[in-house]
Design a protein around this ligand. Structure first.
Ligand SMILES: *Cc1c(COP(=O)(O)O)cnc(C)c1O
Length: 401
């Protein structure tokens, strides 16, 4: 089985282009397709309702779209899985995975920290699932006969904690494990190669890469892909063909973008760590954030996400409001550098005590490092930190630690 390479990322899902006589992916916006032979059309429809890809006629756009299908094939190739199944968003993909699992057993084990939306979906009871929270170490204490899925995220959001996927899978035994690998991208980590049953990405982030497309994708074996397609047909959380086109195109620069952002992040993380006003810096490239040495083994690099702590909420909000080049916004994986405040934004919906346990403090900020010149990025961050620091005079009770 092959996994990510730049060559695959640039060419996958484009194999038929020379036969078609095109260089860029054809965009197919059809919502319905002419049915020449009724018997064949009925067979195609029946087969797709059970989660198969069409032989030739997609029949109706909620069942299949060829432009989206090429993105799915490319994702399967670069994650080293049998099939990719794309959805309207990352949350739609995660929801479909939970619904597929529910058909086999109502008990789900989730490893925190997770993306705020995933945490919320699991703790809200919306899907009627019985959820237990565990760590790799405590997993064996909550496993049950009806546990149908274990879901974990690495690097985790926002503290960039790494989870040892191999160890998690050993502890899981026969229970399928799905890894949310959004932060790592297929460039830096391929969970299927380590034995995961499925890998999910919010394609809205690095895969699209330009902050202008929303999507989600799961790569897994054909058997599970069939179930996911069946759920997608039933629930309608399809990816729009134009989004499929943009995501497929995004894969062609994915390796270059991730490596360039990662190089910037490595420099910025060190600068932040050395800054006297910053009380803690979270970056997988630092030994204290990666005690098991997973960068270089499980991951090909530390990635381009950094979190850091300031002494107070006031300091953090002042930095976020003082940046001029960095974009004060949620999300990640865009070309431009984004800065946000997890406690009040991405992780607002997470229970307060859980936030404390996860170290999501009032003074924490998270940066998605982009591709700008790193000297410009640091200049902007440094002036924002200076403003927050001088502003601290207004809060004499807060001491810099
Ligand atoms: C953004 C995100 C999601 C949700 O994806 P959407 O495309 O916003 O629905 C899930 N997991 C992680 C790690 C994310 O960053």
């Amino acid at each position: 089985m092959t996994y990510f390479s730049d060559t695959l990322s640039i060419h996958a899902g484009r194999e038929e282009f020379s036969d078609l006589g095109v260089h860029a992916a054809p965009l197919d916006f059809s919502t319905t397709y002419p049915i020449g032979n009724l018997g064949n059309g009925a067979d195609e429809l029946g087969s797709m309702a059970h989660g198969n890809r069409p032989e030739s006629n997609p029949i109706y756009a909620r069942l299949h779209n060829p432009t989206v299908g090429r993105f799915e094939d490319a994702m399967a190739t670069i994650e080293g899985g049998e099939a990719g199944v794309a959805f309207a968003s990352g949350m739609a993909a995660i929801t479909a995975a939970l619904m597929a699992a529910k058909q086999k057993g109502n008990h789900i084990i989730a490893v925190r920290p997770l993306y705020g939306g995933t945490d919320h979906l699991l703790s809200s009871g919306l899907l009627g699932l019985d959820v237990d929270w565990a760590t790799v170490e405590t997993l064996h204490t909550v496993k049950r006969d009806d546990t149908s899925l274990i879901i974990a995220e690495t690097p985790a959001n926002p503290s960039l904690q790494l989870i040892n996927i191999k160890k998690l899978i050993e502890e899981a035994g026969d229970i399928p494990v799905m890894i949310d690998s959004t932060f790592a991208t297929p460039v830096l980590q391929n969970p299927l190669a380590l034995g995961a049953h499925a890998v999910v990405h919010s394609a809205t982030k690095y895969l699209g890469g330009h902050g202008d497309v929303m999507g989600g994708v799961i790569v897994t074996n054909e058997e599970w892909a069939k179930e996911l397609r069946g759920i997608r047909v039933a629930t309608g959380a399809v990816l729009h063909p134009f989004a499929g086109y943009l995501l497929h195109r995004g894969l062609q620069t994915l390796g270059a973008r991730v490596r360039m952002a990662q190089a910037n992040a490595t420099l910025l993380a060190q600068k932040l760590k050395d800054h006297p006003f910053v009380t803690r810096t979270y970056f997988p490239g630092f030994a204290q954030c990666d005690p098991e040495g997973l960068v270089g083994t499980q991951m090909r690099g530390p990635g381009a996400m950094i979190a850091f702590s300031l002494p107070s909420y006031e300091a953090a909000s002042k930095v976020m409001e003082s940046v001029k080049l960095l974009t004060p916004a949620v999300s990640l994986g865009s070309l431009d550098t984004l800065i946000q405040h997890p406690a009040s934004l991405t992780h607002q919906v997470v229970n307060e005590s859980v936030k404390d346990d996860l170290g999501i403090t009032a003074g924490m900020l998270r940066i998605s490092v982009g591709l700008e010149d790193v000297t410009d990025l640091w200049e902007d961050l440094e002036q924002a930190l200076e403003q927050a620091q001088s502003n601290l005079q207004d809060y004499p009770e807060l001491k810099v630690v």
